[in-house]
Design a protein around this ligand. Sequence first.
Ligand code: SF4
Ligand code: SF4
Length: 155
Amino acid sequence: MKPFGGGQLLNAKTSPFKQALTKTQCIRYALDRPAVLTVLPGVRNSQDLKDVLSYLDASEEEQDYSVIGQFTPQNADGICVYCNHCQPCPKGLNVGMINKYYDLALAGDEMAKGHYDKLEVKAGECIQCGRCESRCPFHVKQEARMQEISRYFGE
Ligand code: SF4
Ligand code: SF4
């Protein structure tokens, strides 16, 4: 599990909700999910590790993530949240996963391209049929996005 969404959730510019959460809020949210016993955030250095471990000393107020209740669907309009409600794709594209790896790559996740490269069907195979767009509850312009993703990954 990536409790910070590859860092996306910590930055208002990259979060699909356009509002930043703290690491402590993200960890508490993940731990509160049914059947989740632990989370394992990635750390790049000792400061990252200290930041994550500070969760253990965080107050209830600091752990409170109730602000996400204000993240209305309008916050996500036009932004892919990887839900895959747009499936099936006639070409077999995993729309949510493709978008997720792209966003993670943009956010600086160095492993995202490697994960993308392992996908059997990539963005370049999109035939621009528009079926996913017609089913997407967030009105994501996926036809244009698949072209953008394909260009980005150099297909
Ligand atoms: S395009 Fe829409 S329905 Fe498909 S994964 Fe993204 S947000 Fe979900
Ligand atoms: S527009 Fe592309 S990604 Fe969407 S359903 Fe059609 S082929 Fe699949």
